[in-house]
Design a protein around this ligand. Structure first.
Ligand code: E4P
Length: 229
């Protein structure tokens, strides 16, 4: 499973893209509105940093408006994927954009039947929101599994993108169920790093090495190319 970062923050992508784990990014109007930065510059900078698909969302609610906004967003950068909310107008816009070979991430998909329609309309990515399903007491794993099975057994090439990831366990669940992608907020990516045994292990290795100062000197010489092999 590939990992995207779900963010509107360039600083967050600058930090986390250095880990080498990101294949793309997703933004949404809420995330971009939080940043008080020029949205076009933010989207382009994130595109350069992740060097992969970056979803930028339309806010029109009619098909013509979605198509016009989608074409404009797509012109920002070659990595832009147009994010279109699920609705009849969204399906129409997805179909029109896909016909022009503009990739679409159909978002706010909460059932397998919606996912089927999104895929048939030509969406490249179908976004299922795990956290928001749980907000209304619906089993997100069961729903995601249904979407994955539905799309994977058909002829579609649409990829399942697990979104609204609120915990590391959500990301692991998405991978175990077979989602192609999970888009994960920076806060959760940081949580995925953490384990007390990892921190304790690093501290102990460091302390043991430091207890023999000549080993530190040897490592410095090795790095400087002064160790005879
Ligand atoms: C996905 O593309 C959305 O931007 C995002 O995952 C929504 O997450 P939320 O439900 O935590 O706002």
């Amino acid at each position: 499973m590939r990992l995207f970062i779900d963010t509107g923050s360039v600083a967050e992508v600058e930090e986390i893209s250095a880990w080498g784990v990101l294949s793309g990014a997703t933004t949404n109007p809420t995330l971009l509105a939080r940043e008080h930065a020029d949205p076009g510059r933010t989207i382009c900078r994130i595109c350069d940093l992740v060097d992969g698909p970056v979803s930028a969302e339309v806010v029109a609610t009619d098909a013509a408006g979605m198509i016009a906004q989608g074409l404009a967003l797509s012109s920002l950068h070659e990595h832009v994927v147009v994010k279109v909310p699920f609705s009849p107008a969204g399906l129409e816009a997805t179909s029109a954009l896909a016909e022009q070979e503009i990739p679409v991430n159909m978002t706010l998909v909460f059932t397998a039947s919606q996912a089927l329609l999104a895929a048939e309309a030509g969406a490249t990515f179908v976004s299922c929101f795990l956290g928001r399903l749980e907000d209304v007491s619906i089993d997100s794993g069961e729903t995601l599994q249904g979407i994955i099975e539905t799309l994977h057994t058909g002829q579609t090439t649409a990829e399942v993108l697990a979104a609204s990831i609120r915990t590391p366990q959500h990301a692991v669940l998405a991978a175990r169920l077979g989602a192609e992608i999970a888009t994960v907020p920076g806060r959760v990516l940081h949580q995925m790093l953490a384990h007390p045994l990892t921190a304790a292990g690093i501290e102990r290795f460091g302390a043991d090495w430091a207890s023999r100062p000549e080993l530190g000197e040897w490592m410095t010489k090795l790095v400087d190319g002064e160790v005879v092999r």
